[in-house]
Design a protein around this ligand. Structure first.
Ligand code: FE2
Length: 477
């Protein structure tokens, strides 16, 4: 993240997912340009709630200076301001050599058609009236940022034997934020494809060596390329040929001469549709993953129902390990994973028979050996689930010790996955404070004393320190 934004970090990261920002991606950076401190402040709090990092400028010229010195994903600007108005700011940004692709939203108190038309003429992506801002701004911002994150930096392969057409399309697409690959004919395009897979192909029809029809046929017959949207550009309006191209898998047919803006819009539309489909597939996979996880959570509940004394242990460990993770400043996406590891850490106990797991008194050596299998059993149960692969080390190693005397592998120090070291602290604390059939739980001060004493031998010192700090800050955790 840009260092200049550090002081602008939102207090809360809640809601970042609502923006549709790709998982794990950085929060969007938005610049608000308005001479009214009240409007800036109200917009800022709305956008921060969505997880955005927000900066402010009080007029167009300050806005322009800030855009030139920092990276922004979106600019929202008022129209009437001293120094430089919003239309001039938008016009200057759109003709800026490096900042022209930043979308601009005009936010105005005026609602006349001339202004709206003028806003789009100077290159604004959207026009919102201030009276509608509170109800519409979130949806519009989300839409624009989704589109930007979907399309920005996508690669388009342009295949045409005319240098002037290649040059014109190259310029227009580059300006719209695409990466452009150029080929003079189908044969050259195939050579390029063997090195780099573009997100879309724009091809002329009539070319020497290998024409657009031949290229389209080959591309759509290859399993690595058949999903790439393929748009044909030609002055040939022959319907039979168009039909044949569509049969070969072409997505669209643009008849030359076409307006270059029309070509850019077509490219954007096809890529948007394409990536929306990919995004939907991803969402579908995510919902399947969630179903799987709720199935596993039911298993945990079933496990805990066997033993009334461990009921709620997994939830407590998950809650405590989140507190440790936050104190260690882990990213929000990693905190979610640690929480999952906390919930699932004892899953393997499902494979331990009742006579051993539920035995009220002390265990024999042989029974201990059986109990010690639960981390490996848990890891084995989860191994086939690809989406949980990052937390399996936490399940397998949550009984390892920093001094190497733990189980199942006797790992030492940082050989033990960080998530496992964190879970170990939370697990130990919850076990110490929970009541057992053969003993009452320790009071908090005594449990903390034991945890402190285990620092550096059984438990990771950094995780223990973070845990103690988290408890001090939030005693009710
Ligand atoms: Fe355990």
């Amino acid at each position: 993240m840009n260092a200049e934004f550090d002081h602008l970090l939102p207090n809360s990261r809640i809601g970042q997912a609502n923006l549709g920002v790709p998982t794990g991606g950085p929060p969007p950076r938005i610049l608000i340009v308005d001479d009214s401190p009240t409007i800036r402040s109200s917009l800022k709090s709305d956008l921060r709630e969505m997880g955005a990092i927000v900066a402010e400028a009080k007029d167009g010229s300050e806005g322009l200076r800030m855009v030139e010195s920092m990276d922004f994903d979106l600019v929202i600007t008022d129209v009437e301001m001293p120094q430089m108005d919003g239309f001039s700011l938008c016009r200057q940004l759109k003709s800026h050599p490096t900042k022209h692709s930043i979308p601009v939203v005009i936010l105005s108190s005026r609602e006349n058609e001339e202004d709206i038309e003028f806003a789009f003429k100077v290159g604004a992506s959207n026009y919102i009236t201030k009276s509608n801002a509170r109800t519409h701004i979130r949806a519009r911002v989300k839409e624009i940022l989704d589109r930007r994150s979907l399309l920005n930096g996508r690669t388009v392969l342009v295949v045409d034997d005319s240098p002037s057409i290649r040059n014109m399309i190259d310029k227009a697409l580059t300006k719209a934020g695409f990466q452009v690959l150029l080929a003079q004919n189908g044969r050259q395009a195939l050579e390029l494809l063997s090195r780099q897979v573009p997100d879309m192909i724009l091809s002329d029809l009539h070319m020497p060596e290998l024409d657009g029809l031949g290229l389209c046929k080959i591309v759509h017959g290859e399993k690595n390329f058949c999903q790439i949207p393929f748009i044909i550009m030609s002055s040939d309006g022959d319907r039979a040929k168009m039909r044949q191209l569509l049969e070969y898998g072409a997505s669209a047919y643009l008849v030359k001469p076409f307006n270059i803006d029309q070509l850019v819009v077509t490219a954007e539309r096809f890529l948007s549709d394409h990536f929306t489909r990919v995004l939907n597939e991803r969402k579908h996979l995510e919902s399947e993953r969630q179903m799987l996880i709720s199935g596993i959570s039911s298993l945990i509940l079933a496990l805990e129902a066997r033993d009334v004394y461990t009921s709620g242990h997994s939830e407590s460990v998950a809650r405590l390990v989140v507190a440790i993770a936050r104190e260690m400043s882990l990213e929000e996406s990693r905190i979610e994973r640690v929480k999952m590891a906390g919930k699932l850490h004892d899953l393997g106990k499902i494979g331990i028979r009742d006579a051993v797991l539920l035995k009220p008194g002390p265990l024999t050596d042989e029974e201990w050996q059986i109990i010690k299998l639960h981390p490996s059993i848990g890891a084995e149960i989860l191994t086939p689930i690809q989406s949980l692969s990052d937390i399996i080390p936490a399940i397998r190693s949550h009984h390892e010790r920093i001094d190497g005397k733990g189980y199942p592998e006797g790992l030492k120090g940082e050989q033990i996955h960080l998530y496992a070291r964190m879970v170990a602290v939370a697990d130990t604390y919850d076990a110490l404070t929970a009541d057992r059939p053969y003993r009452k739980g320790f009071p908090r001060p005594k449990a903390l004393e034991i945890i402190e004493a285990a620092k550096g031998t059984q438990l990771c010192p950094e995780c223990v320190e973070s845990f103690l700090r988290a408890l001090e800050k939030f005693p009710g955790v």
